[in-house]
Design a protein around this ligand. Structure first.
Ligand code: PLP
Length: 370
């Protein structure tokens, strides 16, 4: 079976060296030396400051919400956050889990990121924040979102889970917003097995979040505030350091895979329109087909050939009952119905990729998609 993605496994000898160190020190978690090293290496690699490692990308979002106070009720009623329905469930469910009501706004039909005009329409007196997603590593309209946030005094937390290493206008995309979060789940471009990080704009928010991820403990006998456990451990950090060492080689191969797809399919499917002046990390290859039946059929045909393409993101999140939404989000719903993410990972062989392209091309050649 060809999966849609495969976790990247770094050099085993190198990992063993880190494990030897962990055994020697007998220091397994609580801001150990490997977590500290990974923090500074990532800050340097990404070109950011105020980076905090956490145990996964969902807790990264939740800690960011709390550190910025966007969960505080407004006049006794739950705070609202405006977010996108075209994302992985965790963006919106993490809000709900923390007592914040997600309010969806629609996406742009070409960039698939939040449409700024829809954000403005969704603002109410309860709104405290905007939680946009740099979906598939594309940059949101950060300038427009910034203007809206300032005008209405809202915090902005970017779910940048897909935007590892992406630069926009010559600097890290992760520098936009009050905070940006990353996921280091095994299936992500850069990973630590499970893990994540938050990049804060301001140092004082970083310091508050540091206390929060360690139960609010600030000294041997002092607990200053409500916290939780969201620390990254040394085994995760060891994996991260090894994966980071091989990042450039991994990305080069992925770019090759990505370009092969693009060359073969650009005139046959709709690809994501990316912002100008944006670098790309080749983390995903999403393709939008003419119709939902066409997308479903292509996924079936690929499966018959033992290839897994994923309907990702599907369904559009406003359709999920527990979010209690009343407004339809027609653009998101339309794209979600017609999209497939094709297999992309460094060890995907060119023969395998050719087989995938052939299945899609021969289906589209029949004209049945109309
Ligand atoms: C992967 C992902 C998350 C969740 O991250 P975990 O590390 O799996 O908790 C959140 N948002 C988006 C957009 C993601 O792709």
């Amino acid at each position: 079976m060809i999966p849609v993605t495969k976790p990247y496994l770094p050099n085993r000898e190198r990992l063993n060296q880190f494990l030897d160190g962990i055994y020697e020190r007998n220091w397994l978690t609580n801001n150990g030396p490997l977590a500290q090293e990974l923090t500074s290496r990532l800050e340097e690699y990404l070109g950011v400051e105020n980076l905090l490692l956490v145990s996964n990308g969902t807790l990264a979002l939740q800690i960011a919400y709390r550190a910025l106070g966007i969960n505080e009720p407004v006049d006794g009623k739950p705070a609202e956050a405006i977010t996108t329905p075209f994302t992985f469930i965790a963006t919106a469910s993490s809000l709900k889990w923390d007592g914040i009501q997600p309010v969806f706004a629609d996406i742009d039909p070409e960039t698939w990121c939040l449409n700024p005009a829809s954000i403005e329409e969704a603002i109410t007196p309860q709104t405290r924040s905007i939680v946009p997603v740099h979906v598939f590593g594309n940059a949101c309209d950060v300038e427009a979102i910034d203007t809206i946030a300032q005008k209405h005094n809202l915090k902005v937390i970017y779910d940048a889970s897909h935007a590892f290493g992406v630069n926009y206008k010559g600097k890290s995309l992760l520098k936009h917003g009050d905070a940006a979060t990353l996921s280091f789940h095994a299936t992500k471009l850069f990973h630590t097995g499970e893990g994540g990080a938050i990049i804060f704009q301001r140092k004082e928010d970083l310091e508050r979040a540091k206390r929060m991820i360690n139960f609010g403990i600030t000294g041997r006998q002092t607990i200053e505030e409500l916290g939780i456990n969201a620390k990254m451990n040394e085994l995760q950090a060891a994996m991260g350091l090894c994966v980071l060492d091989e990042m450039e080689a991994n990305m080069a191969v992925r770019h090759r895979v990505w370009s092969n797809y693009e060359r073969a399919l650009f005139s046959l499917v709709q690809l994501q329109k990316r912002s100008d002046d944006l670098s790309y990390n080749a983390a995903y290859f999403p393709a939008v087909f003419e119709s939902e039946p066409a997308a479903v059929k292509v996924a079936e045909l690929l499966k018959e050939n033992r290839i897994l393409a994923r309907r990702y993101f599907f369904p559009s999140l406003e359709t999920i009952d527990f979010f209690e939404q009343t407004s339809p989000q027609p653009v998101s719903n339309d794209i979600a119905g017609r999209i497939l993410c094709l297999p992309i990972y460094a060890s995907l062989e060119s023969q395998q990729q050719k087989a995938i392209i052939d299945v899609i091309k021969s289906f589209l050649a029949t004209g049945l998609q109309r």
